[in-house]
Write a protein that binds this ligand. Sequence first.
Ligand code: KIV
Length: 299
Amino acid sequence: MSTRPRTPGHGAPAPGKLPITELAEMKARGQAIAMVTAYDAPSGRLADSAGADVILVGDSAAMTVLGHDSTVPATMEEMLVLTRATTRGAHRPLVVADMPFGSFQVSDEEAVTNAIRFVKEAGADAVKLEGAGTMLSRVHAIVGAGVPVMGHIGLTPQSATALGGFRAQGRTAEKAIRLCEDALALEAAGCFSLVLEAVPAPVATRITQRLAIPTIGIGAGGGTDGQVLVWHDLLGLYDGRSPRFVKRYAELAEAIEAAVGQYVSDVRERRFPEDVHTYSMPEDELAAFEEAVAVTERV
Ligand code: KIV
């Protein structure tokens, strides 16, 4: 169990924490940023020990962890629990909490209140929110309150219905120009970084060149400053169909199913537990116990 103190308020980074300014320096050095989602203490700890720079507690949790069909149902309370668990496990990486649908759309005030909850109650280092346009004033307000904001444009799953489904964005010149404008506007509003999701690679590369802040791509090609993948996709844990931009680095669902299946059959066949899995007691104590039980059975 870690005794590392969390940052009080949102002042200096906790000891060992990657400073948020390091991301811009990584961009300047041409060093790729590795971001991955995580949703609990074990995944946060493993992402940390594997060397991830940034952990996103994504609202993809609504689908990967909570079993919904989209990210829309994720609530503030659910995201707070997941973020709090993740920050207990992850120490070096920056932990970015994804603001769920409905937590920032209504007003700047509500957006600031909810962003601050992620920092104060869950130990997040920053928040992410989807969209540009009317969301620019939210970014400005949250950054003004002292909470770093990561932007997210391209395919924004919370508005997938309005975008015509889970499909690539910015595939016409006009739409690609709009994405460039949104990216520049989010940078000007104060974002420290920007996720580009499901955007043609040349468009994402061009945006990356135009911005001073680092871009993190998912389905946006190799020209962004960093990459992000969803934990369950990367590890082969999600039973839904993964998008084409996912690379599965393991097939853990199969491994888990095989292991649990083995356990079930060992229980049924009484092969588990073995002697090594049980506790013994001194012979004389056992004899006394048997004797006492025998007496109670005789009366
Ligand atoms: O919620 C999420 O996991 C995300 C990533 C796909 C960027 O927003």
